[in-house]
Design a protein around this ligand. Structure first.
Ligand code: UDP
Length: 327
């Protein structure tokens, strides 16, 4: 079976991607430094511990497995942290990615699938966010991802590296079989924090800002189920293997939910109240991020199957109750 190098394969999205790759007939080789990932999450192929900034280690792993493609998930991804520690984002997300891209080219890999983000768009009032929307990120996380997109463009021109870039909206949910799931330490994402508040793992959820220009004053995001998201990656890989060339795709459902709507749905799904309090806006947050593109559906044939808010919270709750990783 063809090997695919999966950076960040011990993390939330990468581990789900490994399961989807294995089901699609590939062997996912996980490359992860375990700074934010978990060895326990590596269940679907070999594991190689290493850092993106370690070129010698990367070259060893490329030589050992001779992957036909790379899926690059490994990144720091917290908006709040990116505001306070931008240097880490430039060093890891940009420096590390450049190292990986150079190693990929040196190893003769031509197919590269990259995790980018809707945070590259930034704030656009009343503008439909599609792949042609100007990228004006508000934080170092979005800026670092946009920079890697630029690197990929240059490396295609110079070296023929072909890439599918996915700009994710907000990823939520978990494997419905709860083999893998979302487990960040510390946790900063809304859905797992809502579930933590519901079952008393912390006192209450702080809503970051209630004075946004939205119907209920809280931020609006477009949530997509992690399993649907990784299905798109397998389609993206096949797109490259079919010789269709480099392409950028938004991955969102086109429907936005406010922070309060997420909390209300979680209360319905779990049958429990969400203890909450209101706090200040979080620096770097956009008011509204909702995809306005159908490109992934029309060109890749992507069909989200589990991306209703109810199903995402249901699957996340199942994982929350049964699954966790040990360091
Ligand atoms: N959020 C919140 N309280 C929290 C965590 C998140 O109100 O404890 C809000 C955050 O301000 C944003 C939305 O929930 O509007 C989604 O945040 P998350 O960190 O999950 O994803 P992001 O949009 O930053 O990628």
């Amino acid at each position: 079976m063809a090997h695919v190098l999966v950076t960040g394969g011990a993390g939330y999205i990468g581990s789900h991607a490994c399961k989807a790759l294995k089901q699609a007939g590939f062997t996912p080789v996980v490359y992860d430094n375990l700074v934010t990932g978990w060895k326990d999450a590596v269940k679907f192929g070999p594991f190689e511990q290493g850092d993106l900034n370690d070129r010698v280690r990367l070259d060893q792993v490329f030589a050992k497995y001779q992957p036909t493609a790379v899926m690059h998930f490994a990144a720091l991804s917290q908006v709040g942290e990116a505001m306070s520690q931008p240097g880490r984002y430039w060093a890891n997300n940009v420096g590390g990615s450049l190292n990986l891209i150079e190693a990929s080219v040196a190893a003769g890999v031509t197919d590269f699938v990259f995790s980018s983000t809707c945070a590259t768009y930034g704030e656009h009032d009343n503008v439909v966010l599609d792949e042609n929307t100007p990228q004006l990120p508000l934080n170092a996380y979005g800026a670092s991802k946009r920079a890697v997109e630029d690197i990929l463009t240059d490396f295609e021109a110079a070296h023929g590296l072909l890439s599918v870039v996915f700009r994710y909206f907000n990823v939520a949910g978990a494997d419905p079989e709860a083999e893998v799931g979302e487990f960040h330490r510390p946790e900063t994402h809304l859905v797992p924090l809502v579930l933590d508040a519901i079952d008393g793992k912390h006192d209450s959820l702080t809503i970051f800002g209630t004075d946004y220009d939205t119907p209920d004053g809280t931020c609006i995001r477009d949530y997509v189920h992690v399993c649907d998201l990784v299905d798109a990656h397998v389609l993206g890989l096949k797109w490259l293997q079919d010789g269709k060339g480099s392409r950028v795709f938004n991955l969102g459902t086109g429907t936005g939910f406010s922070v309060r709507e997420v909390m209300d749905k979680a209360a319905v799904v779990t049958g429990k109240d969400v203890p909450c309090n209101t706090g200040a806006r979080r620096a770097g947050d956009c008011t509204k991020l909702v995809s306005g593109s159908t490109r992934a559906a029309s060109e890749l044939g992507w069909e989200p199957r589990r991306s209703t808010l109810e199903t995402m919270i249901h699957d996340a709750w199942k994982w929350h109750k049964t699954g966790h990783y040990e360091a």
